[in-house]
Design a protein around this ligand. Structure first.
Ligand SMILES: Nc1ncnc2c1ncn2[C@@H]1O[C@H](COP(=O)(O)OP(=O)(O)OP(=O)(O)O)[C@@H](O)[C@H]1O
Length: 475
Protein backbone atom coordinates (compact mmCIF):
# COMPACT_ATOMS: atom_id res chain seq x y z
CA UNK A 1 0.00 0.00 0.00
CA UNK A 2 2.77 2.42 0.93
CA UNK A 3 4.76 1.67 -2.20
CA UNK A 4 2.54 3.98 -4.23
CA UNK A 5 3.01 6.98 -1.96
CA UNK A 6 4.45 9.88 -3.91
CA UNK A 7 7.41 10.09 -1.52
CA UNK A 8 8.84 6.90 -2.99
CA UNK A 9 9.22 8.49 -6.38
CA UNK A 10 11.77 10.96 -5.06
CA UNK A 11 14.05 8.16 -3.87
CA UNK A 12 14.64 7.23 -7.50
CA UNK A 13 15.48 10.74 -8.59
CA UNK A 14 19.17 11.33 -9.12
CA UNK A 15 20.67 14.46 -10.64
CA UNK A 16 24.30 14.58 -11.78
CA UNK A 17 26.43 17.24 -13.32
CA UNK A 18 27.73 16.36 -16.82
CA UNK A 19 31.05 15.01 -15.53
CA UNK A 20 29.21 13.06 -12.79
CA UNK A 21 31.60 14.37 -10.18
CA UNK A 22 28.74 15.77 -8.14
CA UNK A 23 25.64 13.71 -7.49
CA UNK A 24 22.46 15.12 -5.96
CA UNK A 25 20.20 12.60 -4.34
CA UNK A 26 17.15 14.00 -2.54
CA UNK A 27 16.75 13.02 1.08
CA UNK A 28 13.76 10.72 1.55
CA UNK A 29 11.91 11.12 4.81
CA UNK A 30 9.84 8.03 5.61
CA UNK A 31 6.40 8.81 6.97
CA UNK A 32 5.54 6.71 10.03
CA UNK A 33 2.70 4.27 9.30
CA UNK A 34 0.64 5.65 12.17
CA UNK A 35 0.57 9.09 10.54
CA UNK A 36 -0.64 7.60 7.28
CA UNK A 37 -3.32 5.63 9.12
CA UNK A 38 -4.44 8.78 10.93
CA UNK A 39 -4.72 10.63 7.62
CA UNK A 40 -6.83 7.79 6.16
CA UNK A 41 -9.04 7.70 9.25
CA UNK A 42 -9.56 11.47 9.02
CA UNK A 43 -10.49 11.22 5.34
CA UNK A 44 -12.91 8.38 6.06
CA UNK A 45 -14.57 10.44 8.80
CA UNK A 46 -14.91 13.48 6.53
CA UNK A 47 -16.43 11.32 3.77
CA UNK A 48 -18.87 9.77 6.27
CA UNK A 49 -20.01 13.14 7.62
CA UNK A 50 -20.34 14.48 4.06
CA UNK A 51 -22.46 11.48 3.00
CA UNK A 52 -24.78 11.80 6.02
CA UNK A 53 -25.08 15.55 5.41
CA UNK A 54 -25.82 15.20 1.71
CA UNK A 55 -28.02 12.09 1.77
CA UNK A 56 -29.74 12.03 5.17
CA UNK A 57 -32.74 9.95 4.04
CA UNK A 58 -30.67 7.43 2.07
CA UNK A 59 -28.44 6.93 5.12
CA UNK A 60 -31.23 6.97 7.71
CA UNK A 61 -33.20 4.09 6.13
CA UNK A 62 -30.46 1.39 6.19
CA UNK A 63 -29.14 2.61 9.55
CA UNK A 64 -32.62 2.44 11.16
CA UNK A 65 -33.18 -1.03 9.69
CA UNK A 66 -29.80 -2.12 11.04
CA UNK A 67 -30.70 -0.79 14.50
CA UNK A 68 -34.07 -2.61 14.40
CA UNK A 69 -32.28 -5.79 13.37
CA UNK A 70 -29.85 -5.50 16.29
CA UNK A 71 -32.54 -4.68 18.86
CA UNK A 72 -35.46 -6.86 17.68
CA UNK A 73 -33.89 -9.44 15.36
CA UNK A 74 -34.10 -9.80 11.60
CA UNK A 75 -37.81 -10.71 10.94
CA UNK A 76 -38.97 -7.27 12.07
CA UNK A 77 -36.20 -5.56 10.06
CA UNK A 78 -37.13 -7.53 6.92
CA UNK A 79 -40.85 -6.77 7.41
CA UNK A 80 -40.08 -3.09 7.76
CA UNK A 81 -37.93 -3.20 4.64
CA UNK A 82 -40.84 -4.86 2.80
CA UNK A 83 -43.13 -2.07 3.98
CA UNK A 84 -40.70 0.60 2.78
CA UNK A 85 -40.43 -1.07 -0.64
CA UNK A 86 -44.23 -1.41 -0.91
CA UNK A 87 -44.72 2.24 0.07
CA UNK A 88 -42.20 3.32 -2.58
CA UNK A 89 -43.87 1.14 -5.23
CA UNK A 90 -47.29 2.56 -4.30
CA UNK A 91 -45.90 6.09 -4.62
CA UNK A 92 -44.28 5.25 -7.98
CA UNK A 93 -47.58 3.97 -9.37
CA UNK A 94 -49.79 6.76 -8.04
CA UNK A 95 -47.60 9.81 -8.72
CA UNK A 96 -44.86 8.85 -11.10
CA UNK A 97 -43.56 12.38 -11.68
CA UNK A 98 -42.97 13.27 -8.03
CA UNK A 99 -41.54 9.80 -7.31
CA UNK A 100 -39.11 10.16 -10.20
CA UNK A 101 -38.09 13.66 -9.11
CA UNK A 102 -37.63 12.92 -5.43
CA UNK A 103 -36.51 9.28 -5.44
CA UNK A 104 -36.22 7.63 -8.86
CA UNK A 105 -33.67 9.85 -10.54
CA UNK A 106 -31.62 10.12 -7.34
CA UNK A 107 -31.45 6.34 -7.04
CA UNK A 108 -30.49 6.06 -10.69
CA UNK A 109 -27.85 8.78 -10.25
CA UNK A 110 -26.36 6.91 -7.31
CA UNK A 111 -26.37 3.66 -9.25
CA UNK A 112 -24.81 5.21 -12.37
CA UNK A 113 -22.20 6.95 -10.22
CA UNK A 114 -21.14 3.73 -8.53
CA UNK A 115 -21.47 1.36 -11.46
CA UNK A 116 -20.24 3.55 -14.31
CA UNK A 117 -18.64 6.86 -13.54
CA UNK A 118 -16.63 6.26 -10.35
CA UNK A 119 -15.71 2.80 -11.56
CA UNK A 120 -14.22 3.99 -14.84
CA UNK A 121 -13.31 7.57 -13.89
CA UNK A 122 -9.60 7.12 -13.29
CA UNK A 123 -9.12 4.90 -16.37
CA UNK A 124 -11.00 7.25 -18.68
CA UNK A 125 -9.19 10.31 -17.30
CA UNK A 126 -5.79 8.61 -17.71
CA UNK A 127 -6.38 7.33 -21.20
CA UNK A 128 -7.97 10.53 -22.48
CA UNK A 129 -5.11 12.56 -21.01
CA UNK A 130 -7.24 14.63 -18.64
CA UNK A 131 -5.48 13.28 -15.53
CA UNK A 132 -1.96 14.57 -14.89
CA UNK A 133 1.14 13.29 -13.16
CA UNK A 134 3.32 16.15 -11.93
CA UNK A 135 6.49 15.59 -9.89
CA UNK A 136 5.41 12.06 -9.14
CA UNK A 137 2.01 13.08 -7.82
CA UNK A 138 -1.24 12.11 -9.57
CA UNK A 139 -3.84 14.80 -10.17
CA UNK A 140 -7.34 13.66 -11.08
CA UNK A 141 -10.32 15.90 -12.00
CA UNK A 142 -13.01 15.46 -9.35
CA UNK A 143 -16.66 14.50 -9.76
CA UNK A 144 -18.64 17.06 -7.77
CA UNK A 145 -22.07 15.57 -8.37
CA UNK A 146 -24.16 13.51 -10.74
CA UNK A 147 -27.76 14.22 -11.65
CA UNK A 148 -30.00 12.06 -13.81
CA UNK A 149 -33.25 12.66 -15.60
CA UNK A 150 -35.22 10.72 -18.16
CA UNK A 151 -32.82 11.68 -20.88
CA UNK A 152 -29.26 12.15 -19.68
CA UNK A 153 -26.66 11.90 -16.93
CA UNK A 154 -25.21 15.28 -15.97
CA UNK A 155 -21.91 15.27 -14.15
CA UNK A 156 -20.51 18.40 -12.58
CA UNK A 157 -16.73 18.16 -12.63
CA UNK A 158 -14.01 20.24 -11.01
CA UNK A 159 -11.24 20.65 -13.57
CA UNK A 160 -7.61 20.50 -12.60
CA UNK A 161 -6.01 23.88 -11.94
CA UNK A 162 -4.60 25.06 -15.24
CA UNK A 163 -6.99 23.09 -17.47
CA UNK A 164 -9.17 24.85 -20.05
CA UNK A 165 -12.69 24.03 -21.28
CA UNK A 166 -11.15 23.24 -24.65
CA UNK A 167 -9.01 20.48 -23.09
CA UNK A 168 -12.30 18.77 -22.24
CA UNK A 169 -14.34 19.60 -25.33
CA UNK A 170 -11.51 18.26 -27.52
CA UNK A 171 -11.91 14.94 -25.71
CA UNK A 172 -15.70 14.73 -25.69
CA UNK A 173 -15.53 11.65 -27.93
CA UNK A 174 -13.10 9.90 -25.58
CA UNK A 175 -15.35 10.70 -22.63
CA UNK A 176 -18.52 9.47 -24.36
CA UNK A 177 -17.06 6.16 -25.45
CA UNK A 178 -15.16 5.76 -22.19
CA UNK A 179 -18.46 5.80 -20.30
CA UNK A 180 -20.34 3.72 -22.86
CA UNK A 181 -22.59 6.37 -24.42
CA UNK A 182 -22.63 7.86 -27.89
CA UNK A 183 -22.06 11.55 -27.16
CA UNK A 184 -20.93 14.00 -24.53
CA UNK A 185 -21.66 17.72 -24.27
CA UNK A 186 -19.26 19.99 -22.38
CA UNK A 187 -20.62 23.19 -20.80
CA UNK A 188 -18.90 25.67 -18.53
CA UNK A 189 -20.81 26.19 -15.26
CA UNK A 190 -18.43 28.70 -13.65
CA UNK A 191 -14.69 29.12 -13.24
CA UNK A 192 -13.17 25.66 -12.79
CA UNK A 193 -16.49 23.80 -12.93
CA UNK A 194 -17.79 21.94 -15.97
CA UNK A 195 -21.01 20.18 -16.73
CA UNK A 196 -20.66 17.00 -18.78
CA UNK A 197 -23.92 15.81 -20.32
CA UNK A 198 -24.11 12.16 -21.37
CA UNK A 199 -27.43 11.36 -23.12
CA UNK A 200 -28.65 7.85 -22.30
CA UNK A 201 -31.41 7.75 -24.91
CA UNK A 202 -32.31 9.70 -28.02
CA UNK A 203 -35.88 11.02 -28.27
CA UNK A 204 -34.99 12.27 -31.76
CA UNK A 205 -34.16 8.85 -33.19
CA UNK A 206 -37.50 8.46 -35.00
CA UNK A 207 -39.24 10.98 -37.29
CA UNK A 208 -41.85 13.16 -35.57
CA UNK A 209 -45.20 13.46 -37.37
CA UNK A 210 -46.55 16.97 -38.07
CA UNK A 211 -47.72 18.70 -34.92
CA UNK A 212 -51.32 19.86 -34.60
CA UNK A 213 -52.02 23.35 -35.90
CA UNK A 214 -52.35 25.63 -32.83
CA UNK A 215 -55.86 26.67 -31.81
CA UNK A 216 -54.96 30.24 -30.94
CA UNK A 217 -53.24 32.79 -33.20
CA UNK A 218 -49.66 33.33 -32.08
CA UNK A 219 -46.62 35.02 -33.58
CA UNK A 220 -44.39 32.66 -31.71
CA UNK A 221 -42.40 31.10 -30.38
CA UNK A 222 -44.01 28.41 -32.52
CA UNK A 223 -43.75 24.74 -31.64
CA UNK A 224 -41.98 22.98 -34.48
CA UNK A 225 -40.59 19.74 -33.06
CA UNK A 226 -38.68 18.28 -30.15
CA UNK A 227 -35.50 19.06 -28.27
CA UNK A 228 -32.99 16.37 -27.44
CA UNK A 229 -34.22 16.21 -23.84
CA UNK A 230 -37.73 15.38 -25.06
CA UNK A 231 -39.10 18.89 -24.38
CA UNK A 232 -41.04 20.67 -27.15
CA UNK A 233 -38.96 22.76 -29.52
CA UNK A 234 -40.32 26.30 -29.80
CA UNK A 235 -38.78 28.58 -32.37
CA UNK A 236 -38.86 32.35 -31.98
CA UNK A 237 -39.60 34.05 -35.29
CA UNK A 238 -40.96 37.47 -34.34
CA UNK A 239 -38.14 39.82 -33.30
CA UNK A 240 -35.31 37.84 -34.81
CA UNK A 241 -33.97 36.41 -38.09
CA UNK A 242 -33.22 32.73 -38.59
CA UNK A 243 -30.59 31.13 -40.82
CA UNK A 244 -31.03 27.45 -41.68
CA UNK A 245 -28.15 25.57 -43.30
CA UNK A 246 -27.99 21.94 -44.34
CA UNK A 247 -26.78 19.68 -47.12
CA UNK A 248 -29.22 18.55 -49.75
CA UNK A 249 -31.89 16.29 -48.24
CA UNK A 250 -31.07 17.37 -44.68
CA UNK A 251 -34.65 18.52 -44.10
CA UNK A 252 -34.44 22.31 -44.34
CA UNK A 253 -37.96 22.32 -45.76
CA UNK A 254 -39.39 20.92 -42.54
CA UNK A 255 -38.17 23.95 -40.58
CA UNK A 256 -39.81 26.29 -43.11
CA UNK A 257 -43.09 24.39 -43.21
CA UNK A 258 -43.33 23.88 -39.46
CA UNK A 259 -42.92 27.60 -38.97
CA UNK A 260 -45.71 28.33 -41.44
CA UNK A 261 -47.86 25.67 -39.74
CA UNK A 262 -47.34 27.22 -36.30
CA UNK A 263 -48.15 30.69 -37.64
CA UNK A 264 -51.20 29.56 -39.63
CA UNK A 265 -53.89 30.67 -37.13
CA UNK A 266 -52.18 34.09 -36.87
CA UNK A 267 -52.04 34.23 -40.69
CA UNK A 268 -55.77 33.47 -40.79
CA UNK A 269 -56.38 36.22 -38.24
CA UNK A 270 -54.38 38.69 -40.35
CA UNK A 271 -51.67 39.16 -37.71
CA UNK A 272 -48.96 37.52 -39.81
CA UNK A 273 -48.06 37.58 -43.49
CA UNK A 274 -45.56 35.15 -44.96
CA UNK A 275 -43.79 36.35 -48.09
CA UNK A 276 -42.09 33.50 -49.93
CA UNK A 277 -39.04 33.47 -52.21
CA UNK A 278 -38.65 30.11 -53.85
CA UNK A 279 -35.91 30.27 -56.51
CA UNK A 280 -35.71 26.47 -56.78
CA UNK A 281 -39.46 26.36 -57.43
CA UNK A 282 -39.69 23.12 -55.52
CA UNK A 283 -40.20 23.81 -51.86
CA UNK A 284 -42.64 26.62 -51.19
CA UNK A 285 -44.60 26.46 -54.46
CA UNK A 286 -46.57 23.58 -53.01
CA UNK A 287 -48.48 25.89 -50.70
CA UNK A 288 -48.36 29.13 -52.66
CA UNK A 289 -52.00 30.00 -51.87
CA UNK A 290 -50.83 30.62 -48.29
CA UNK A 291 -48.72 33.56 -49.38
CA UNK A 292 -51.59 35.59 -50.88
CA UNK A 293 -49.68 36.70 -53.97
CA UNK A 294 -46.48 37.43 -52.03
CA UNK A 295 -44.69 34.56 -53.73
CA UNK A 296 -41.80 34.79 -56.21
CA UNK A 297 -39.61 32.23 -57.90
CA UNK A 298 -37.98 34.09 -60.77
CA UNK A 299 -34.89 36.02 -59.51
CA UNK A 300 -36.16 39.35 -60.89
CA UNK A 301 -39.54 38.83 -59.17
CA UNK A 302 -37.70 37.86 -55.98
CA UNK A 303 -35.74 41.14 -56.13
CA UNK A 304 -39.00 43.09 -56.63
CA UNK A 305 -40.64 41.32 -53.68
CA UNK A 306 -37.64 42.03 -51.46
CA UNK A 307 -37.64 45.69 -52.50
CA UNK A 308 -41.34 45.84 -51.67
CA UNK A 309 -40.56 44.44 -48.20
CA UNK A 310 -37.81 47.04 -47.71
CA UNK A 311 -40.13 49.89 -48.75
CA UNK A 312 -42.88 48.65 -46.44
CA UNK A 313 -40.32 48.36 -43.63
CA UNK A 314 -39.06 51.92 -44.15
CA UNK A 315 -42.61 53.30 -44.20
CA UNK A 316 -43.38 51.46 -40.98
CA UNK A 317 -40.18 52.71 -39.36
CA UNK A 318 -41.09 56.28 -40.32
CA UNK A 319 -44.55 55.87 -38.75
CA UNK A 320 -43.21 54.21 -35.59
CA UNK A 321 -40.36 56.71 -35.09
CA UNK A 322 -40.69 58.38 -31.71
CA UNK A 323 -43.89 56.49 -30.90
CA UNK A 324 -42.89 52.88 -30.32
CA UNK A 325 -39.61 51.01 -30.18
CA UNK A 326 -40.86 47.47 -30.66
CA UNK A 327 -43.47 45.94 -32.88
CA UNK A 328 -46.78 44.48 -31.72
CA UNK A 329 -48.58 42.62 -34.53
CA UNK A 330 -51.94 44.07 -35.50
CA UNK A 331 -54.15 43.69 -38.57
CA UNK A 332 -52.90 47.09 -39.81
CA UNK A 333 -49.26 46.24 -39.13
CA UNK A 334 -48.92 42.44 -39.25
CA UNK A 335 -45.68 40.63 -38.60
CA UNK A 336 -44.11 39.97 -42.01
CA UNK A 337 -41.93 36.87 -42.29
CA UNK A 338 -39.83 36.75 -45.45
CA UNK A 339 -39.04 33.11 -46.19
CA UNK A 340 -36.20 32.43 -48.60
CA UNK A 341 -35.48 28.89 -49.74
CA UNK A 342 -31.96 28.30 -51.09
CA UNK A 343 -30.91 31.92 -50.72
CA UNK A 344 -27.58 31.24 -52.52
CA UNK A 345 -29.49 30.95 -55.83
CA UNK A 346 -30.38 34.61 -55.41
CA UNK A 347 -27.05 35.83 -54.10
CA UNK A 348 -23.89 33.85 -54.85
CA UNK A 349 -25.08 31.78 -57.85
CA UNK A 350 -27.03 34.54 -59.55
CA UNK A 351 -25.26 35.32 -62.86
CA UNK A 352 -26.81 38.79 -63.22
CA UNK A 353 -24.46 40.94 -61.15
CA UNK A 354 -26.85 43.86 -60.80
CA UNK A 355 -29.68 41.63 -59.63
CA UNK A 356 -27.34 39.86 -57.25
CA UNK A 357 -26.31 43.12 -55.61
CA UNK A 358 -29.89 44.34 -55.43
CA UNK A 359 -31.04 41.16 -53.70
CA UNK A 360 -28.07 41.05 -51.30
CA UNK A 361 -28.58 44.71 -50.36
CA UNK A 362 -32.32 44.21 -49.74
CA UNK A 363 -31.71 41.11 -47.60
CA UNK A 364 -29.01 42.89 -45.60
CA UNK A 365 -31.33 45.88 -45.04
CA UNK A 366 -34.16 43.67 -43.83
CA UNK A 367 -31.82 41.69 -41.60
CA UNK A 368 -30.31 44.79 -39.99
CA UNK A 369 -33.40 46.96 -39.57
CA UNK A 370 -36.39 44.65 -39.77
CA UNK A 371 -36.84 43.11 -36.38
CA UNK A 372 -37.94 46.13 -34.38
CA UNK A 373 -40.61 46.99 -36.96
CA UNK A 374 -42.02 43.49 -37.33
CA UNK A 375 -40.17 42.15 -40.34
CA UNK A 376 -38.29 38.88 -39.99
CA UNK A 377 -36.18 36.90 -42.42
CA UNK A 378 -35.88 33.11 -42.40
CA UNK A 379 -33.40 31.93 -45.00
CA UNK A 380 -32.34 28.40 -45.92
CA UNK A 381 -29.19 27.43 -47.79
CA UNK A 382 -26.97 24.45 -48.53
CA UNK A 383 -23.51 25.98 -48.57
CA UNK A 384 -22.71 28.20 -45.60
CA UNK A 385 -19.38 29.62 -46.81
CA UNK A 386 -18.89 33.37 -46.44
CA UNK A 387 -18.45 33.79 -50.22
CA UNK A 388 -21.89 32.24 -50.66
CA UNK A 389 -23.68 33.97 -47.79
CA UNK A 390 -21.81 37.11 -46.89
CA UNK A 391 -24.55 38.30 -44.52
CA UNK A 392 -24.79 35.13 -42.45
CA UNK A 393 -23.65 37.01 -39.32
CA UNK A 394 -26.72 39.24 -39.50
CA UNK A 395 -28.92 36.33 -38.43
CA UNK A 396 -29.15 36.16 -34.61
CA UNK A 397 -30.52 32.60 -34.55
CA UNK A 398 -28.90 29.82 -36.50
CA UNK A 399 -29.77 26.24 -37.28
CA UNK A 400 -27.31 23.70 -38.66
CA UNK A 401 -28.81 20.53 -40.10
CA UNK A 402 -26.62 17.78 -41.52
CA UNK A 403 -23.49 19.35 -42.99
CA UNK A 404 -20.86 17.73 -45.19
CA UNK A 405 -17.75 19.05 -43.47
CA UNK A 406 -16.87 19.67 -39.83
CA UNK A 407 -15.54 23.19 -40.63
CA UNK A 408 -18.99 24.21 -41.85
CA UNK A 409 -20.45 23.81 -38.35
CA UNK A 410 -18.68 26.87 -36.94
CA UNK A 411 -19.43 28.78 -40.17
CA UNK A 412 -23.13 28.40 -39.44
CA UNK A 413 -23.34 28.35 -35.66
CA UNK A 414 -20.38 30.59 -34.86
CA UNK A 415 -16.91 29.97 -33.48
CA UNK A 416 -16.51 27.15 -31.00
CA UNK A 417 -19.96 25.63 -31.62
CA UNK A 418 -18.56 22.30 -32.76
CA UNK A 419 -16.21 22.17 -29.78
CA UNK A 420 -19.26 22.65 -27.59
CA UNK A 421 -20.81 19.51 -29.05
CA UNK A 422 -22.64 20.63 -32.21
CA UNK A 423 -21.65 17.66 -34.37
CA UNK A 424 -23.80 18.56 -37.36
CA UNK A 425 -21.37 16.76 -39.66
CA UNK A 426 -22.13 13.50 -37.79
CA UNK A 427 -25.91 13.63 -38.37
CA UNK A 428 -27.03 10.54 -40.27
CA UNK A 429 -27.71 10.95 -44.00
CA UNK A 430 -30.43 8.27 -43.72
CA UNK A 431 -33.68 10.32 -43.85
CA UNK A 432 -35.49 8.29 -41.13
CA UNK A 433 -32.60 8.81 -38.73
CA UNK A 434 -31.23 12.23 -39.60
CA UNK A 435 -33.59 14.34 -41.74
CA UNK A 436 -34.86 17.32 -39.74
CA UNK A 437 -32.25 16.76 -36.99
CA UNK A 438 -30.24 19.89 -36.32
CA UNK A 439 -28.18 21.88 -33.87
CA UNK A 440 -29.62 25.25 -32.97
CA UNK A 441 -27.73 28.19 -31.54
CA UNK A 442 -29.90 30.99 -30.32
CA UNK A 443 -28.91 34.58 -29.73
CA UNK A 444 -29.76 34.15 -26.06
CA UNK A 445 -27.72 31.02 -25.41
CA UNK A 446 -24.23 30.23 -26.67
CA UNK A 447 -24.66 26.48 -26.17
CA UNK A 448 -26.04 24.70 -29.21
CA UNK A 449 -29.00 22.41 -28.59
CA UNK A 450 -29.83 19.32 -30.61
CA UNK A 451 -33.36 19.28 -32.00
CA UNK A 452 -35.58 17.60 -34.58
CA UNK A 453 -38.27 19.31 -36.58
CA UNK A 454 -41.51 17.44 -37.16
CA UNK A 455 -42.09 16.17 -40.68
CA UNK A 456 -44.73 18.17 -42.55
CA UNK A 457 -45.83 15.96 -45.44
CA UNK A 458 -47.47 17.04 -48.69
CA UNK A 459 -50.82 15.95 -47.23
CA UNK A 460 -50.24 18.19 -44.20
CA UNK A 461 -49.45 21.12 -46.50
CA UNK A 462 -52.63 20.51 -48.51
CA UNK A 463 -54.61 20.45 -45.25
CA UNK A 464 -53.00 23.77 -44.26
CA UNK A 465 -53.91 25.32 -47.58
CA UNK A 466 -57.51 24.12 -47.27
CA UNK A 467 -57.77 25.49 -43.75
CA UNK A 468 -56.27 28.82 -44.78
CA UNK A 469 -58.37 29.31 -47.88
CA UNK A 470 -61.52 28.54 -45.84
CA UNK A 471 -60.86 31.45 -43.51
CA UNK A 472 -63.31 33.71 -45.26
CA UNK A 473 -66.09 31.17 -44.74
CA UNK A 474 -65.12 30.68 -41.08
CA UNK A 475 -65.15 34.41 -40.30
N1 LIG B 1 -38.35 16.52 -40.22
C1 LIG B 1 -38.21 15.41 -40.94
N2 LIG B 1 -38.35 14.20 -40.36
C2 LIG B 1 -38.19 13.08 -41.09
N3 LIG B 1 -37.91 13.05 -42.40
C3 LIG B 1 -37.79 14.21 -43.04
C4 LIG B 1 -37.93 15.46 -42.35
N4 LIG B 1 -37.73 16.46 -43.23
C5 LIG B 1 -37.49 15.88 -44.41
N5 LIG B 1 -37.53 14.53 -44.30
C6 LIG B 1 -37.25 13.57 -45.37
O1 LIG B 1 -36.07 13.98 -46.04
C7 LIG B 1 -36.32 14.24 -47.42
C8 LIG B 1 -35.57 15.50 -47.85
O2 LIG B 1 -36.15 16.61 -47.20
P1 LIG B 1 -36.10 18.09 -47.79
O3 LIG B 1 -36.38 18.07 -49.26
O4 LIG B 1 -36.91 18.97 -46.91
O5 LIG B 1 -34.58 18.43 -47.58
P2 LIG B 1 -33.88 19.76 -48.01
O6 LIG B 1 -32.83 20.01 -47.01
O7 LIG B 1 -34.87 20.86 -48.23
O8 LIG B 1 -33.20 19.31 -49.37
P3 LIG B 1 -32.90 20.20 -50.66
O9 LIG B 1 -31.94 21.26 -50.26
O10 LIG B 1 -32.32 19.22 -51.61
O11 LIG B 1 -34.24 20.75 -51.10
C9 LIG B 1 -37.84 14.37 -47.52
O12 LIG B 1 -38.30 13.88 -48.73
C10 LIG B 1 -38.36 13.52 -46.41
O13 LIG B 1 -38.50 12.18 -46.82
Amino acid sequence: MFKKLPGDETRNLVTTTPDTAVVFRPAVVKTPAILTLLVFAYRFLVALVRTVWRHPVAVAIPVSLGVVWLLYDWPLAVSLLGLVVLALLGWAFTDRASFARLVGWRLLAWWRLVSVYRRHWQGVMDVSGLARRVHGRDYLPRIVRLQCDGWADRITVRMLKGQAVKDWSDRSDNLAHGFGVTSCRVTLVKGGLLLLTFPRSDPLAAPIPALPIPDEPTVGPVEIGKQENGQPLRLKVHGTHVLIAGATGAGKGSFLWNTIRGLLPAMRAGLVEVWALDPKLMELSYGRELFQGRYAADPADCADLLDEAVTMMHKRAARFAGLQRSHVPTIEDPFVLVLVDEVAFLTAYQPDKQLRHRISAALATLATQGRSVGVGVMAALQDPRKEVMSIRNLFPDKIALRLDESEQVDMVLGDGARDRGALADHISPVPELGAGVAYMRLETSPDPIRVRAAYVSDTDIRQMVTLFTKRGEAA
